[in-house]
Design a protein around this ligand. Structure first.
Ligand code: F6R
Length: 243
């Protein structure tokens, strides 16, 4: 596990985007695992800039998003479908049929999770999984619990995770769905490389526990210690517990 300290969120976003760009240039058919949330917004803006100004090409790439809310469709402004369209997919040349997201309106949600797992395998697996981290140590929506799911699954969101997402629902926590579909811990850990982005003092304890603490289902991100190729990009506030 490598922790790279960056001066601020802008530097993290530029470094993260350069990691993606380097991969796409070396392997144009790369399979990317993508996060949503506040943290990666600037990274996506930088990738869009690189596409427009430097010709960064997504035309042969494939992507799989980490998670999606249950009960809202792609047209809902709070959905991760809408987030990805706004921040990346509407602005780069990634073919829509290879930009995969879970369907939170699927009539059979378990079948939808199985379908997603198969699609990732069929695509050759994830070359690079990019992650944010919840203040409670979640990655994707693998919430702290007595046990974690290995595969893509349906999950009840903890109150703090719904609060963290209220910003995407006009600030109204009550409007944030209570459930989501999420890649599992095994799905994430099978990625060949993992890049985790963390900014701000609110992530300090989660980063400290993930990097220094024991591997425990109570801090899902601590399982990243078991992966052979993880880089964590932190600003000073998020890394403060590692000094
Ligand atoms: C998003 C996701 C979540 C977020 C995490 C941090 O797809 O899976 O794990 O990465 O909740 O969110 P922000 O970046 O908003 O602090």
């Amino acid at each position: 596990m490598i922790v790279s300290l960056c001066s601020d969120a802008a530097a993290i976003s530029e470094l993260a985007a350069s990691r993606v760009a380097d991969l796409l240039r070396a392997r144009p058919t790369a399979v990317l695992g993508l996060p949503t949330g506040r943290t990666p917004i600037q990274m996506y803006a930088e990738l869009v800039r690189m596409h427009k100004e430097e010709g960064l090409d997504f035309s042969q790439a494939t992507s799989f998003n980490l998670d999606e809310f249950v009960g809202i469709g792609p047209d809902h402004p709070g959905s991760y479908h809408a987030y990805m369209a706004e921040h990346l997919f509407n602005h780069v040349n990634l073919p829509a049929q290879r930009a995969h997201l879970l369907d939170g309106l699927a009539s059979d949600l378990d079948a939808e999770c199985d379908r997603y797992e198969v699609s990732i395998v069929d695509a050759g697996g994830l070359d690079l999984q990019i992650l944010g981290i919840g203040a409670n140590g979640h990655i994707g929506f693998n919430e702290p619990a007595d046990g974690l799911s290995a595969r893509t699954h349906r999950v009840a969101l903890l109150p703090e995770s719904r609060e963290g997402n209220a910003v995407f629902f006009g600030g109204r926590v009550a409007d944030v769905p209570r459930e989501a579909l999420s890649m599992g811990m095994g799905t994430i850990l099978k990625a060949r490389r993992i890049l985790l982005l963390a900014t701000g003092a609110g992530k300090r304890d989660a980063i400290e526990a993930a990097v220094r603490g024991p591997v425990t289902t109570r801090v899902p991100a601590s399982f990243l210690q078991l992966h052979p190729s993880v880089e964590i990009l932190c600003d000073n506030d998020a890394a403060a517990g590692l000094r």
